[in-house]
Design a protein around this ligand. Structure first.
Ligand code: PA5
Ligand code: MN
Length: 193
């Protein structure tokens, strides 16, 4: 009979993921959030934003960053939860960004709720895709991305991106996307910004 030599132990992973809800647990998971007060001039109706509760959360992110930001060849993974709500008639949404290393792409996938992903290329052409449980979105290189919650319940989506991608918010902060997503008589509608 062959003898078995017990060598290295088989270990438990350091982290876990609730794949339906996108909730990470374990070592090194980071969280961040954005409230109304932190999103100056992002929405068309800035006056309406100023009149809202500045502490009201718009979205939060949980991310698993196993290597340092900027490391070539690694991968990051996260989940974003966007509350249901609007500023004026514009749906709650993420800030949106190009990647610092603009040649890097990303995957997003819908978990719960209903949303719209805005994708804008470097010539500022914007297109949009519905986000829903099970929807999968390939975000190409050189493409800014933002998600809006168009439903009455929280929207959540997963993301996976290269660890050297980084986030570049400059152009979006200065000029926004070329299209905005508004609630027009109850219908999510893309309008030119
Ligand atoms: O890396 C991503 O693209 C996401 O994890 C986003 O950072 C997240 O959805 C929050 O959006 P933003 O970074 O545009 O505020
Ligand atoms: Mn990104």
């Amino acid at each position: 009979m062959m003898s078995v030599i017990i060598n290295d132990p088989i270990r438990q992973p350091m982290q876990s993921l609730d794949i339906a809800k996108g909730v990470f647990a374990g070592a090194g998971i980071i969280v961040s959030s954005k409230n109304i007060g932190q999103l100056q001039y992002m929405f068309l109706d800035e006056k309406a934003r100023q009149q809202m509760d500045q502490e009201q959360q718009v979205y939060r992110v949980q991310a698993n960053l196993p290597v340092d930001e900027g490391t070539a060849g690694g991968l990051f993974m996260g989940t974003t939860w966007i509350k249901a709500g609007a500023v004026g008639n514009e749906f709650f949404m993420t800030q949106g960004h190009f990647h610092q290393l603009a040649s890097r792409g990303e995957y997003y996938w819908g978990l719960e709720g209903n949303g719209v992903l805005l994708l804008m290329d470097e010539d500022r052409n914007t297109r949009a895709e519905y986000v829903y449980p099970g929807s999968l979105h390939y975000i190409p290189a050189y493409t800014a991305h933002r998600v809006a919650n168009i439903g009455n319940t929280e929207l959540s989506f997963g993301a996976c991106w290269p660890s050297d991608a980084g986030h570049n918010y400059d152009e979006i902060k200065e000029r926004g996307f070329s299209k905005r997503l508004i609630n027009h008589n109850g219908i999510p509608t893309l309008i030119n910004a």
